[in-house]
Design a protein around this ligand. Structure first.
Ligand SMILES: [Zn+2]
Length: 337
């Protein structure tokens, strides 16, 4: 090999090395740029639960306490649940947001398992392809037109809107006492991808809907008011300093208050896989709010007959009509408006 050939060979090899270095750099830069653009849109907003429920003010809190007081001696010997006529509105934008009937059925099933005193009975499912109802936030014109167009039923009817929400929000709801004054606004809005099997991990097991329906039936967050005051106004939920996330074990954020944080409660901000229950006190509160603001007045169905009903006692003197009327008037006047 001549001197020239040797030099040529060395140059060739050096060029190959440089090519390889440039190729590696190009791949690295491409991957970095791709990740920088793509990743935030995939994960933004889902590093924490974000419910856009408005914080109750002092007047609302006092009114809520009066409702609890009014219903504290209610006869709760019934064993049948209250039936909630339920309307599911799926909003999509082209191919985005569409839900299978099986997914909606699974969502309702999760809801029915979570609530002890209520059965959610689906009356209608609607599907609307409308970009102006997509990417909405509370109080927006998109939300208003969506609800004006689609809402069905009275204040006892649960209207669920599944759509895309802005700012990483997972959902929001309206409190029961708002319904009489603005029935069209009443309902629950959830992020479409928070349904079971959706893409909003770790909030994709269907519990966002349960959380929002908790608000719809009068519940506050367990961390409402922090460590001071009445908190969420429920006696058997210990005070929580601030929202919990993930699934922290054995956390006691308000040591001066009895009991550890109920991180598994549906009304905290923990992951779907962490939350699994309401307390008895929360169930009592939801029943009181249902009766005060949402029930159409019809009682729950009668208890099923026992297989061997006891022999009835002989009739005693019947109630006179005036007594019966007084009972009805008392019941009506106990309503808060
Ligand atoms: Zn909430």
């Amino acid at each position: 090999m001549t001197q020239n050939q040797i030099q040529h060979k060395i140059r060739d090899n050096w060029n190959k090395v440089l090519d390889s270095i440039f190729l590696i750099m190009r791949v690295y830069i491409s991957v970095t740029v791709f990740a920088a653009f793509l990743l935030p849109s995939c994960v933004a907003g889902f590093t924490e639960r974000r419910c856009a429920m408005h914080d109750p003010n002092e007047e609302e809190k006092e009114k809520a306490l009066r409702v609890m007081e009014l219903h504290k001696n209610d006869d709760e010997t019934r064993t049948q649940k209250f039936t909630v006529p339920t309307y599911w509105h799926t909003i999509n934008k082209g191919k985005d947001g569409k839900l299978l009937d099986a997914t909606i059925a699974k969502s309702i099933d999760i809801l029915n398992k979570a609530f002890t005193d209520f059965t959610f009975d689906v009356k209608d499912i609607t599907t609307t392809d409308n970009g102006s109802y997509w990417g909405i936030k509370p109080g927006s014109s998109g939300e208003r037109s969506m609800k004006n167009k689609l809402r069905q039923g009275g204040c006892d009817a649960l209207n669920i809107y599944s759509t895309d929400l802005v700012s990483g929000l997972l959902g929001w709801a309206t409190f029961p006492d708002w319904c009489a004054g603005s029935q069209k606004d009443d309902g629950v809005v959830i992020l479409y991808s928070s349904v079971p099997g959706g893409t909003a991990a770790p909030y994709n097991l269907g519990d966002t809907l349960t959380h929002e329906v908790g608000h719809w039936l009068g519940l506050y967050h367990t961390f409402e008011g922090g460590c001071n005051g009445d908190g969420d106004q429920v006696d058997d939920t210990p005070a929580v300093k601030t929202s919990n996330s993930g699934c922290p074990k054995k956390i006691d954020s308000c040591p001066n208050d009895d009991g550890k944080d109920l991180v598994e409660n549906f009304m905290d901000y923990t992951d779907d896989s962490c939350m699994d229950s309401f307390t008895k006190g929360q169930e009592t509160r939801m029943t009181a709010f249902w009766k005060e603001y949402r029930s159409d007045g019809s009682p729950p169905p009668p208890n099923p007959p026992t297989p061997n009903p006891p022999t009835p006692n002989p009739p005693t003197t019947s109630k006179n009509p005036t007594q019966m009327m007084n009972v009805q008037i008392t019941r009506l006047s106990s309503k808060l408006f």
